[in-house]
Design a protein around this ligand. Structure first.
Ligand code: MSP
Length: 510
C-alpha cells in the first residue's frame, strides 16, 4: 500500500529550530514504521522560499531572497541527517520544476473558471503572509500572532473563488470525517468555514519574489498557493525521468502545526478540487513546543527571547535518538507542551538510561557472564511472550492514525514488563544454584528474545541505538514481521557499550 507523508515546508527566513525539527522527527517515525511494515513509502520535506516572509528578511540583511534561501536551506538540509531523518526528497519552492508545475496547475484552475480579476482592499501581515479580517486586525490593526502593525493594502489582483467550495468543505469537515485529526482542530476548521467562505487573492501585484502568473506575468502567485502545491509538484520531479504522482497522490498524512490549519484544511482542499485533483486522506495537526522555564512556566519559543532549545547543541552532546525520543515522549502529539533542558536530562536519565539502557545492558551482560554469550536454545516463557506480543499490534493500530504518543506508550510497555521480569526471576540468584540451570536458561532466552522484539518495535523512534542493540543480538530481520516473540530468537550476544551513557560519561569523552 502507498504511504505518503509530508512535513510543512519551512520558511528560509531564519535558521531551523526545535519546532521545525519536531514535525520532521514525527514524520520520520511514521515513515520508518511504515517501511518496517513493507509499505510503499514516500516522505517529503523541504523549504518555502517565496513571498514576503523571505523577501523582507533578505531585505533586512541587504541580500537577495535567493541568496538568503541558498544560505539557509543548507542549515535545514544539514539538520536532517543529524536527526536521523530518512526523507525521500527535499523540495525547494525555488526549484524550476516546481515553478513549472505550479503554473500548469494554476492555469488549469483558471481555465476551469475558478479565477477572476478583482481588487483586494484590506489588512495583510507580511510575516504570516496572510490577509486579516477587520475582526482579526482588532482596534489597533496589529497582527494577533506577530504583534506587528498590519499593512493596509489595495491592489488589483486575481482572486480564487474559494466561496464556490463552501458545500464541499462542509462535507469534508463533517462530524463523521477524519480528514483533520485530532478532532478539536477539525472543529476549528469547521467554525471557520461556517462563518461563510470569502474569495481570496491568488496573486500579488506588488511583490516580485515569487512564481510569475502565466496569464498576467506582472504578477506572482500568492506564496501560500505556491507553497501548498509543493506536496503535489514534488512527486513529478523527485525521481528524474519518473513521475510518482499516480503512485503516491493523494497524500496519506500531511503533518502540520496548528498555526497553519486554515491554509491546509480550507484553502488546500478547495484548490485541489478546483484543479480536479484528489484531496489528501488526512491532516494531522500538532501543537506547539513551548519552552518551560525553571519555575515550570511555559513560554512561546522565540529567537528574540533567547529561550530556544537549540537542536544542534542537544545533537552535539547526545546524538539524534535521545532528542527524537524526548520531543515525542514529553509532549502529547496534538497538544501544546513545555520542553526544557532540565526536562530533557530527567527523561534521558530515567527512561532511556535507567529503563531501556539498563535493561539492554543487563540482559546482554548476563548472557555473556552466565552462558559465555550463547543464548540457550530452549523453550521460552509463553506467559511473557503473550504480554510482549500485545505491543507491536497496538503500535500499528495507533500509527495507522498517526497517534504518535499512544504508540510510543504502547512500545514502552514491554520495556517496563521486561524490567519487572528481571526482578521477578532474579537470574543472579538462579545462577548461584546449579539445580536452577534450566530456569536460568529459560529466563535468559526469554529476556533476550523480549529485548529483541522491543528493539524492533522501537526502531522508528531510536534508529541508531536500537540498530546497535539488534546488531549485538545478531538480529537480521528489522521488519515488523520480526516483532513477534519467538520469531528470531538470537543464538549469541555480544557485549554492548552503554546505549545511553550517563551525562558525565559523555562529557568525559567529549
Ligand atoms: N512555510 C510555511 C508552511 C508552508 S506548508 C505548505 C510555514 N513555515 S514555518 O517555517 O513558519 O513553520 C513551519 C512549521 O513549523 C509549522 O507547522 C509550524 O507550526 C511549525 N512550528 C514553528 N514553531 C513551532 C513550535 N515552537 N512548536 C511546534 N511547531 C512549530 O509556516
Amino acid at each position: 500500500m502507498a504511504f505518503y507523508v509530508t512535513t510543512p515546508i519551512y520558511y528560509v527566513n531564519a535558521a531551523p529550530h526545535l519546532g521545525h525539527a519536531y514535525t520532521t522527527i514525527a514524520a520520520d517515525v511514521l515513515a520508518r514504521h511504515m517501511r518496517q511494515r513493507g509499505e510503499d513509502v514516500f516522505f517529503l520535506t523541504g523549504t518555502d522560499e517565496h513571498g514576503e516572509p523571505v523577501a523582507l528578511a533578505a531585505q533586512r540583511e541587504g541580500i537577495t531572497p535567493r541568496e538568503l534561501g541558498d544560505r539557509n536551506v543548507e542549515r535545514f538540509k544539514a539538520l536532517l541527517p543529524r536527526l536521523g531523518v530518512t526523507n525521500d526528497f527535499f523540495i525547494r519552492t525555488s526549484d524550476p520544476e516546481h515553478a513549472d508545475r505550479v503554473r500548469e496547475i494554476l492555469q488549469r484552475v483558471h481555465d476551469n473558471g475558478h479565477v477572476y480579476k478583482g481588487t483586494y482592499e484590506g489588512w495583510y501581515c507580511p510575516r504570516c503572509a496572510d490577509f486579516k479580517s477587520e475582526q482579526e486586525a482588532g482596534e489597533d490593526y496589529t497582527c494577533p500572532i506577530h504583534r506587528i502593525p498590519l499593512d493596509r493594502e489595495k491592489e488589483d489582483n486575481w482572486f480564487f473563488r474559494l466561496s464556490a467550495f463552501q458545500t464541499d468543505l462542509e462535507r469534508l469537515l463533517a462530524d463523521d470525517s477524519d480528514f483533520v485529526v485530532p478532532r478539536a482542530f477539525r472543529n476549528e476548521a469547521r467554525v471557520f468555514v461556517a462563518q461563510g467562505l470569502r474569495d481570496v487573492s491568488l496573486t500579488r501585484a506588488n511583490l516580485k519574489w515569487g512564481i510569475s502568473v502565466p496569464w498576467d506575468p506582472d504578477q506572482v502567485f500568492y506564496v501560500w498557493f505556491d507553497a501548498l502545491l509543493n506536496y503535489v509538484t514534488a512527486l513529478a520531479f523527485a525521481r528524474p525521468g519518473e513521475d510518482l504522482t499516480d503512485r503516491f497522490w493523494p497524500a496519506t498524512f500531511h503533518l502540520i502545526g496548528k498555526d497553519i490549519l486554515k491554509f491546509h484544511a480550507v484553502y488546500w482542499p478547495a484548490l485541489l478540487l478546483a484543479a480536479g485533483l484528489p484531496v489528501p486522506d488526512h491532516l494531522y495537526v500538532h501543537g506547539f513546543l513551548l519552552m518551560r522555564d525553571s519555575e515550570g512556566v511555559d513560554h512561546k519559543m522565540s529567537k528574540s527571547l533567547g529561550n530556544v532549545l537549540d537542536p544542534f547543541e542537544v545533537l552535539d552532546n547526545y546524538g539524534a535518538d535521545p532528542l527524537r525520543f524526548y520531543v515525542l515522549r514529553e509532549v502529547s502529539f496534538g497538544q501544546d507542551g513545555g520542553v526544557s533542558t532540565a526536562g530533557f536530562a530527567a527523561r534521558y536519565e530515567s527512561e532511556l538510561a535507567n529503563e531501556l539502557g539498563n535493561l539492554a545492558g543487563r540482559v546482554t551482560a548476563m548472557v555473556v557472564r552466565y552462558r559465555d554469550g550463547n543464548v540457550p536454545q530452549v523453550e521460552l516463557d509463553p506467559a511473557l511472550g503473550a504480554e510482549i506480543d500485545v505491543a507491536p499490534a497496538a503500535v500499528c493500530r495507533h500509527l495507522d492514525s498517526a497517534q504518535l504518543s499512544p504508540a510510543l506508550e504502547a512500545a514502552w510497555q514491554p520495556v517496563r514488563r521486561l524490567n519487572r521480569y528481571v526482578e521477578e526471576q532474579a537470574p543472579w540468584a538462579l545462577a548461584k544454584d546449579p539445580d536452577s540451570a534450566g530456569d536460568l536458561d529459560r529466563t535468559l532466552a526469554s529476556l533476550v528474545e523480549g529485548v529483541r522484539v522491543v528493539a524492533v518495535v522501537l526502531l522508528p523512534w531510536l534508529p541508531e541505538t536500537m540498530g546497535r542493540l539488534l546488531d549485538a543480538l545478531g538480529a537480521r530481520d528489522r521488519s515488523l514481521a520480526a516483532a513477534r516473540y519467538g520469531a528470531e530468537v538470537p543464538t549469541g550476544v555480544e557485549r554492548l557499550a552503554p546505549l545511553f551513557p550517563k551525562v558525565e560519561q559523555i562529557e568525559a569523552t567529549a
